[in-house]
Every structure is written in structure tokens, then in C-alpha cells.
Design a binder for this molecule. Structure first.
Ligand SMILES: C[S@@+](CC[C@H](N)C(=O)[O-])C[C@H]1O[C@@H](n2cnc3c(N)ncnc32)[C@H](O)[C@@H]1O
Ligand SMILES: [Zn+2]
Length: 196
């Protein structure tokens, strides 16, 4: 199963979250509801903190099954190896910001807290978005990429999937690793061959 997580980034800087949220939530042409700027926003502005229940990866995996529906849909954000924010529980409007392969925002992780910042000037009325770059675990098929995790951002740079972009070689390495997890006997025999 793919890690149902959103893109993360770590930088050491402290910016205030604005008192007046500079966007509203309404229907999006990309997916369900989205977040739309209610005023012009300057590059670098902090827009909102991504809030929700903080749970372990095991709890998040137990709560949601990617393959239970035709299209993937969760409100999870991968903070680090031990914490995932589940914005389905106690989440705020940050959870409605959709993914784009050519985004105008990015996520920032600061001391375990997640913020959404503008990475370019945004005009009033524009939809806000950032690159989810959902983590992979090697079990995703070509079909999963474009069906289950298909992207509808509609930009020229669209890569067709909300999964993270990785090279073919890295994809193969992940798939091999996943296969070894699912067939542990193969792992043993391969190791034995390498030692010969
Ligand atoms: C955190 S929610 C975003 C809010 C969502 N639009 C809603 O109304 O609940 C994340 C989910 O929205 C959908 N989504 C967001 N961006 C997308 C995109 N560019 N293409 C396809 N689906 C997208 C996917 O189902 C994803 O799992
Ligand atoms: Zn796209």
C-alpha cells in the first residue's frame, strides 16, 4: 500500500500564521472542495497551519485503506517517521488545499508542526495548491499511478499522478524491496547467493 502522506519539507524559520485566513473553501474543478484566495497573496506568506489529530503510522494505516475505493482520498500529512496528522479528525481548512504538479504553495515542517506557505505571488480568486508528492512503498502499479492516484491539476507540468516523482531506477529499487517484503524466502536465497 502506498504511504498516504503529503509532501513535507523542513526548514528552520518561524513565521506567524495570519489571524485572517486569506482563502475560502468552495467547489474545485480539480477535486471536491478546494481553497481559493480571497485577496492577493505575496510570495513567502504563511497561509495556515495544517491541523488535525496526531497519530502513528500504524494507526493511520489501520484507519484507511488506499484500495478500498476507486480513487484515493484521505486527509493525512506525513510529519516524520513516527507522526502523521489526520485532518479528518479535528482538522481545519488546510485539509481542503488540493495538489498541483505546478503549485503556488508548499508545505513546511517546523518542529513537528506543518504550515502552508505561498511560493509565488497569488492573485485573488486563484486556487491554492501544493505538491503532495505522496510517498511510495513500491507496491504501486502503473495503473495505480494514474487511476487510484491520478492527478487532475490540469497544468502543463502535470505528471499524471499525485505520487512523488522518482526515477525509473528508484521505482524499480522500491518495487524489488516490496517484493522481498512480501516473499521473505526470496530475500534469504538472494542473500545466500550474494555470499557465495
Ligand atoms: C486533503 S484532500 C483535499 C481536499 C479534497 N478536494 C476534498 O474535497 O476533500 C486530498 C484528496 O483530494 C483529492 N485531490 C487533491 N488534489 C488532487 C488532484 N490534483 N488530482 C486528483 N485528486 C486530487 C485526492 O482524492 C486526495 O486524496
Ligand atoms: Zn498534476
Amino acid at each position: 500500500m502506498a504511504r498516504r502522506t503529503l509532501k513535507k519539507k523542513t526548514k528552520a524559520k518561524a513565521k506567524p500564521v495570519p489571524q485572517d485566513q486569506p482563502f475560502v473553501v468552495k467547489k474545485s474543478r480539480i477535486a471536491g472542495k478546494g481553497a481559493f484566495a480571497t485577496r492577493d497573496i505575496k510570495k513567502g506568506e504563511r497561509l495556515i497551519e495544517y491541523l488535525g489529530e496526531r497519530v502513528t503510522h500504524a494507526v493511520a494505516d489501520a484507519r484507511y485503506d488506499d484500495h478500498a475505493t476507486d480513487a484515493h482520498h484521505t486527509f493525512l500529512f506525513n510529519v516524520n517517521r513516527s507522526v502523521i496528522i489526520d485532518a479528518y479528525v479535528d482538522g481545519n481548512d488546510a485539509r481542503f488545499i488540493n495538489h498541483s504538479c505546478d503549485p503556488n504553495c508548499e508545505s513546511e515542517i517546523e518542529r513537528g508542526r506543518v504550515f502552508i506557505d505561498a511560493i509565488r505571488d497569488i492573485r485573488k480568486g486563484e486556487e491554492l495548491n501544493y505538491d503532495y508528492a505522496y510517498g511510495r512503498d513500491g507496491t504501486e502499479t502503473e495503473e495505480d499511478e494514474t487511476d487510484l492516484y491520478g492527478c487532475r491539476c490540469g497544468t502543463r507540468k502535470c505528471r499524471g499522478t499525485i505520487l512523488e516523482e522518482i526515477s525509473k531506477a528508484a521505482k524499480k529499487r522500491l518495487a524489488d524491496k516490496a517484493a522481498r517484503r512480501h516473499h521473505p524466502k526470496h530475500t534469504v536465497s538472494r542473500k545466500a547467493h550474494r555470499h557465495d
